[in-house]
Design a protein around this ligand. Structure first.
Ligand SMILES: [Ca+2]
Ligand SMILES: [Ca+2]
Length: 313
């Protein structure tokens, strides 16, 4: 058992180390936070305060969290939500790399009542579940708990058909994120979209099960900045010349058995992709690229790095 705990701890700290270096904002619910929007509907259960129930009775920081009512059990036929706004105001690189980590605890009727996340890129007009890729070339969703598992699967559906958390669950930390042009970059003038809304939904069906609901604390906005994702050390030695006129060399620290290169334009389009085997460097001819700023995403089986390259003529 000790070994198991140790391994899980390693896995946890590896991810956390990557986040701590790049943490922008933490919502601990101990003081007001302007980018949390509580829905004003009278049926909305979400409250910021001290949990005072039997199972939902604590917080991961201080005394407060955000909870589907600090005292009462949740009723039947309820849909409650609050929104987290993410933008340049709380994540200065959010157009390119946006991660959210949160701690949560639950008591609900398994596979009927529970919680799920949705996102909106248009100020709340339309909503998608977190499995739906976002626009503008966003290509990655890391959607894991602290043991490295996907935090819920497509088939774990609630009463409304959405995939979500349900059942009685002790505190766990969930980590979701999007990289490479979540939104249209600010260099396009004017930027079309400047805010991502992440909605924390709680839903119950027509059967009242006398359960406590969902409790969340310590929502962390962070990024994995120009570095490997997960537990890997950097593997790219250099990307040169930069700015580049006729070609770019990507040199690795060692021979890479399997590596993929993706090149994204500044409006988030994938303009080039190729896979390579057993290379210590890649010579990328950029003659066909129009001048501008490009994101070179270099991936191995276990890691990913992003390098910004300026192409000139
Ligand atoms: Ca707290
Ligand atoms: Ca129910």
């Amino acid at each position: 058992m000790k070994n198991l705990v140790f391994l899980l701890f390693c896995s946890f700290t590896t991810v956390i180390h990557a986040q701590i270096a790049d943490m922008f904002d933490t919502l601990d619910f101990e003081s007001p936070y302007e980018y949390i929007l509580l829905n004003s509907d009278s049926a909305n259960l979400w409250q910021i305060g001290t949990p005072q129930k039997t199972w939902l009775n604590d917080a991961t920081s201080g005394v407060n969290g955000i909870i589907t009512d600090t005292v009462a059990l949740y009723p039947s036929n309820n849909h409650s939500y609050f929104d987290l706004q993410i933008g340049y105001f709380n994540n200065p690189v959010f157009d390119f790399n946006c991660f959210v980590m949160f701690s949560h605890k639950m008591d609900s009727d398994t596979l009927h009542d529970g919680g799920y996340l949705t996102t909106s890129m248009d100020g709340g007009e339309t909503w998608n579940d977190v499995f739906t890729p976002l626009d503008f070339g966003a290509y990655q969703l890391d959607n894991i708990d602290h043991e490295g598992n996907f935090y819920y699967q497509n088939y774990d559906t609630l009463c409304n058909g959405e995939s979500g958390f349900s059942g009685r669950r002790n505190w766990e930390t969930t980590f979701i994120g999007w990289t490479v042009y979540l939104v249209e970059p600010p260099t396009l003038n004017p930027p079309v979209i400047d805010t991502l809304l992440v909605r924390f939904n709680f839903i119950s069906d027509s059967l009242d099960n006398q359960r406590e609901g969902w409790l969340i604390d310590d929502i962390v906005l962070c990024t994995i900045r120009n570095s490997s994702i997960g537990e890997n050390e950097p593997f790219v030695k250099s990307v040169y010349p930069n700015p580049s006129i006729s070609g770019v060399t990507i040199a690795f620290l060692a021979i890479e058995p399997d590596v993929a290169l993706e090149v994204y334009s500044n409006d988030g389009r994938l303009v080039f992709t190729e896979e390579y085997n057993a290379v210590q460097q890649i010579e990328y001819p950029n003659a066909f690229l129009v001048p501008g700023v490009y994101q070179f995403v270099v991936k191995t089986k276990n890691a990913s790095e992003v390098h910004q390259v300026v192409v000139q003529r």
